[in-house]
Design a protein around this ligand. Structure first.
Ligand code: ACO
Length: 321
């Protein structure tokens, strides 16, 4: 006995930035960004902060699940970084929503949602929880070098959340990591300790990416992981109602779709309007589907993500309400 998804929520910042805005500051074009990525706009946090967006998505998920803050046994936030290094974003959300359970952050980059589900699975199986709240919230805009056209046009900010209850909705979950950092990383703070030699490495805190290597990693990982998940569960590709794949690039989604020979409407997308929201992309998609009443009891959803650290994760979830 593990969990089922009892409710979903999301929250998106107000500021919309379209591809034409980048034409004004970079040698790029709407045509290049659209054809190479599928992204037309993204949302950035400007007046708000990440805690506010994360807390709003959390409250939406609790309301949707009809779970009260007092019933929560655990809050897990998947994020690259909250508004503070300490306290965790999970603790800030806990305060905002008025809960009193343990709360902590995890970082598995864009695979954070699947890692958080895997962790929650262990808590439910160990009998340590009846209700768990997962929030995936990212402020990618603070990690972007707006003079680097190969990365800054790709990402957006946002938050998605799920409320989990003890039950039988999780059919399969598998997570992995290759521990690699050279193709995709954000460096940490410089060591300012005055008694050591200065670290001369460039540590500017911006996303650095070898796009082509990540593209190849993404395509091979997602297709292999989906194949493995279907085989292990004796499922055919048509048995899955929706494939919720990490929203990094339209061409990665199309490659997975042609590999599975399934229609495009089984691969919901939000990258056109939101860009790559890292760990938040799949839970935001899930909330969009749920609120549009596109998922019914018994439907099988396959979730698959990849991200920094060459992390990857796949889950099959049966919708239970
Ligand atoms: N506008 C115009 N030209 C650009 C831009 C831009 N925004 N960005 C790059 N270019 C140029 C390059 O400089 C290069 O020019 P050159 O030939 O003169 O050197 C040319 O376009 C081709 O560059 P490539 O990198 O080969 O372009 P590619 O077709 O591979 O597309 C992209 C780049 C979109 C980044 C693609 O590789 C990709 O999507 N990779 C995967 C990215 C990804 O999944 N990231 C998320 C990872 S995990 C996570 O979510 C954190």
């Amino acid at each position: 006995m593990s969990f089922f998804i009892a409710g979903t929520g999301s929250a998106i910042p107000d500021l919309t930035v379209d591809n034409y805005s980048f034409e004004k500051i970079l040698d790029t074009s709407d045509e290049w960004i659209t054809t190479r990525t599928g992204i037309k706009t993204r949302k950035f946090i400007s007046d708000d902060n990440l805690t506010k967006i994360a807390s709003l998505s959390a409250q939406n998920a609790l309301d949707n699940a009809q779970v009260s803050k007092d019933e929560l046994d655990l809050i897990i936030c998947a994020t690259l970084q909250g508004d503070y290094i300490m306290p965790s974003l999970a603790c800030l959300v806990q305060k905002d929503i008025g809960a009193n359970c343990p709360a902590f952050d995890i970082n598995a980059a864009c695979t954070g949602f699947i890692y958080a589900l895997d962790l929650a699975d262990s808590y439910f199986k160990a009998g340590k929880a009846q209700n768990i709240l997962i929030i995936c919230a990212e402020q990618m805009s603070k990690f972007l070098d707006f003079s680097d056209r190969s990365t800054c046009v790709l990402f957006g900010d946002g938050a998605g959340a799920v409320a989990l209850k003890k039950g039988d909705g999780l059919k399969y979950i598998d997570i992995a990591a290759q521990g690699d950092f050279e193709d995709l990383y954000i460096s940490g703070a410089r060591n300012n300790m005055p008694f050591a030699d200065k670290n001369t490495e460039n540590q500017n805190g911006y996303v650095k990416m070898n796009g082509q290597n990540i593209f190849k990693f993404a395509v091979s990982t997602v297709t292999q992981d989906i194949k493995k998940a279907l085989k292990k569960n004796k499922l055919k590709s048509q048995d899955i109602k929706y494939y919720l794949l990490h929203q990094a690039n339209q061409r990665i989604l199309e490659t997975s779709q042609s590999f599975l020979k399934e229609p495009s409407d089984k691969f919901p997308k939000n990258l056109q309007t939101l860009g790559n929201t890292s760990a938040a992309s799949i839970p935001i998609l899930l909330d969009e589907l749920n609120r549009a009443n596109k998922i019914s009891k018994g439907d099988l959803l396959l979730l698959s993500a990849f991200g920094g650290g060459k992390t990857a994760g796949t889950a099959i979830i049966q919708w239970s309400y």
